[in-house]
Structures are given as structure tokens and as C-alpha cells.
Write a protein that binds this ligand. Structure first.
Ligand code: NDP
Length: 234
């Protein structure tokens, strides 16, 4: 069955790989973009998740073209890394607004349609650092830990209508986000990962697609690590 899937931040990185995985499964896929292009075969809708009007307009367009969103993947996210004493109010609030409040905005809007349909899949992209913590990422780790509480509350609120909400917590993934890390930092991180390497974006996408499948119908409120063993189940 071809479902209406929406992936936020689907023009590059992990989000793009997730969109491609759903396209390969035959779903109708829309991705939000601020810049750049949607992958071939996907509908690109302009959306900034920090702007509620923009979120509303994006959902209206997806609903018009693909029908109500049945699978939401909240993937859009940013980092503004620096040590606590150097972290500005703006470093803090921009990361919280994008990663945590942005996810709240899209989950709320998607839930509206899913409640009517009495089915749905919500997958939030968190991070291993949300549970392990990370020096220099107080803002980012707080935003990603917040997604766990959000998902588990959504799981409780929406579960009776056959809507599942789960979290995928990647470790280090080969994307532009990790490419900017200095080489010695990258080597240091790889030494701590039992599998000794970063993930490929497709390895994250496969888990997201599976969580949205019928096979995962009885999984909700779960945090699934895709981190090469870095977090040891956390
Ligand atoms: P990228 O930086 O490659 O891509 C981020 C995506 O989010 C882009 O599409 C970007 O759009 C979009 N985005 C950022 N801000 C907004 C906004 N305000 N409104 C709409 N879209 C926005 O990151 P990754 O692919 O690496 O990361 C994707 C997700 O996975 C993030 O949530 C990240 O925190 C998480 N993650 C990544 C890990 C990694 O190692 N890479 C590890 C663990 C988690 P635009 O192109 O317009 O900037």
C-alpha cells in the first residue's frame, strides 16, 4: 500500500536517505526543504520548522497532493556547538527551537490527520548524545533528550488510535554535520565505537522505514539506537 510520507529536512543527509528508502518501498514521499532539491520522485515543499505558518502551509500542500500524512519522520535538526560558558542565549534557543519545538510543531500538525485516520507512524530522529551527553553540546543534547520524553508522551496520547511514536537515536553518521568535525576528533570518536566506523545514512534510513512498517505495529515509545554500539543500548 502506498502511504503519504513526510520527512522534514529531506534535501540532504539522513533525511534524504530516509526519503529515498520510502520511495523505494513505493510510498508517496514529500520532503521539506529550505534550500536545495527533493530527491527524484519526491515532492519538495518549502518549510522552515521554526515558523508555525510555514509548517501549516507545508502540510496543506502535502495533504492536497498526497492526502493526509500517514508517516511523519521529524528529522530536521541543527547543531551550534560550544562549551557552556561560551554558549549564548541564541546558541541555546535556536537549537531548541529547531530540534525540539520544530518537532513539536510538525508532530502536532501530523497527529491531527492521523487521529482522524485512526492510524499513523511518527518517528523522531534523536541522537546518542541525547542520552550519553556530550561536552560542547549542552543545547543539542538537551534538545535530543527532550525528544524521548516527547515521543513517549505522544505514544501514550495517541496509542489508542493505532498511532505509534518512536525515536531513532543515531550515533555518528557520515553527513555534512559530522564532516565539519576536526580529523583528530573524528579518530577519537571512532576509537570509542565498537564497530569502529561511522554509520552510512542508509543504515539509519532502513531502521526508520522498518519502524514505519506493519512489522513494527506493536512497537511504540521505543528508543532504537543505530550507533555501532557507542551508547550500548541507551
Ligand atoms: P544535515 O545537517 O546534513 O541536514 C539537516 C537537515 O535539516 C537539512 O535538510 C536542513 O535543511 C534541515 N533543517 C535544519 N534546520 C531546519 C529548519 N529550521 N527547518 C527545516 N529544515 C531544517 O544533518 P544530518 O542529515 O546529519 O542530520 C539529520 C538529523 O539526524 C538531525 O536531526 C541530526 O541532529 C540527527 N543526527 C545526526 C547525526 C550525524 O552524525 N550526522 C547523529 C545523530 C543524529 P537545509 O539544507 O535547508 O539546512
Amino acid at each position: 500500500m502506498s502511504r503519504s510520507v513526510l520527512v522534514t529536512g529531506g534535501n540532504r543527509g539522513i533525511g534524504r536517505a530516509i526519503a529515498v528508502a520510502f520511495l523505494a518501498a513505493g510510498d508517496k514521499v514529500a520532503v521539506t526543504t529550505r534550500n536545495g532539491e527533493a530527491p527524484e520522485g519526491a515532492l519538495g515543499v518549502r518549510c522552515d520548522v521554526t515558523d508555525p505558518d510555514s509548517v501549516e502551509a507545508a502540510f496543506a500542500e502535502v495533504e492536497e497532493k498526497h492526502g493526509p500524512v500517514e508517516v511523519l519522520v521529524a528529522n530536521a535538526g541543527i547543531t551550534r556547538d560550544t562549551l557552556l560558558l561560551r554558549m549564548s542565549e541564541d546558541d541555546w534557543s535556536s537549537v531548541i527551537d529547531t530540534n525540539l519545538t520544530g518537532t513539536f510543531r510538525v508532530a502536532k500538525r501530523a497527529a491531527k490527520g492521523m487521529l482522524r485516520l485512526r492510524r499513523g507512524r511518527i518517528v523522531l530522529i534523536s541522537s546518542v548524545v541525547g542520552l550519553l551527553g556530550s561536552a560542547g553540546q549542552v543545547n543539542y543534547a538537551a534538545s535530543k533528550a527532550g525528544l524521548v520524553g516527547m515521543a513517549r508522551s505522544l505514544a501514550r496520547e495517541l496509542g489508542s488510535r493505532s498511532i505509534t511514536t518512536n525515536v531513532v537515536a543515531p550515533g555518528f553518521v557520515e553527513t555534512e554535520m559530522t564532516a565539519v568535525l576536526p580529523e583528530e576528533k573524528q579518530a577519537e570518536y571512532k576509537a570509542q565505537i565498537p564497530l569502529g566506523r561511522y554509520a552510512d545514512v542508509d543504515e539509519v534510513a532502513a531502521v526508520v522505514r522498518w519502524l514505519a512498517s506493519d512489522e513494527a505495529a506493536y512497537i511504540t515509545g521505543a528508543v532504537i539506537p543505530v550507533d555501532g554500539g557507542l551508547g550500548m543500548g541507551h
